[in-house]
Write a protein that binds this ligand. Structure first.
Ligand SMILES: [Zn+2]
Length: 82
């Protein structure tokens, strides 16, 4: 029964999405505060349901994004030493 109430709430008032994860600068994952439905940004910038397939894609994007960030940080450190 407790899982039923948030869904009714969302049907009446709409979902209340909060950003739960920043994958890259442009791609984020959102979760509804009430029913826990998850969304993500696709390559066109539209919000779509976060399916296991997109979760996988986001994990790859995140890894690429983080390694790029890491690399630019290393460059910064190196250039400040030499
Ligand atoms: Zn909801």
């Amino acid at each position: 029964m407790s899982a039923f109430i948030p869904t009714v709430y969302c049907n009446l008032f709409g979902h209340d999405y909060k950003v739960t994860k920043k994958v890259t600068y442009h791609v984020k994952e959102y979760t509804c505060k009430h029913c826990k439905k998850q969304l993500t940004t696709n390559s066109n910038g539209n919000l779509i349901e976060l399916t296991p397939k997109f979760r996988e894609i986001n994990a790859i994007l995140e890894r690429i994004h983080n390694s790029r960030k890491q690399r630019s940080k290393e460059k910064l450190i190196t250039s400040s030493i030499y």
